[in-house]
Design a protein around this ligand. Sequence first.
Ligand SMILES: [Zn+2]
Length: 127
Amino acid sequence: MAYGVCPNCGCSVRYRVSSRQRVSWLNRLAAELGRGEPAVVLCYGCWKHPEVGDDVEVLDPPPVGEVIRRRARGIVTAVDYLEGNTLYQVEGRSGDAWQCRMQRWQIKVLTGGPVGTVCLYLGPDGT
Ligand SMILES: [Zn+2]
């Protein structure tokens, strides 16, 4: 088991990497990942694609004045696909009257998520 820090938001991540393959270098890699190294995975909230109704936290506010602060809480009210980009319409929570379109890297999902250790399995394609 490995403990690391999400490279996107900085929260702690607990994960385990394993391999059941007959490929020795893959098994060694799985055993060594996370030992004294930064996390190789994002936390659930930074990994999951936000959906309408998800609670989110603003990680990197857009430059629209001082209205939206870092770590502000919001809710996703729409997901738009424009010219190959996915944009999330987010409205403020807790009496904050703001709304803004944001990109994925600017927000972290707070809704749901696994409890406990996230397990990753390494293996070649098609297995
Ligand atoms: Zn994260």
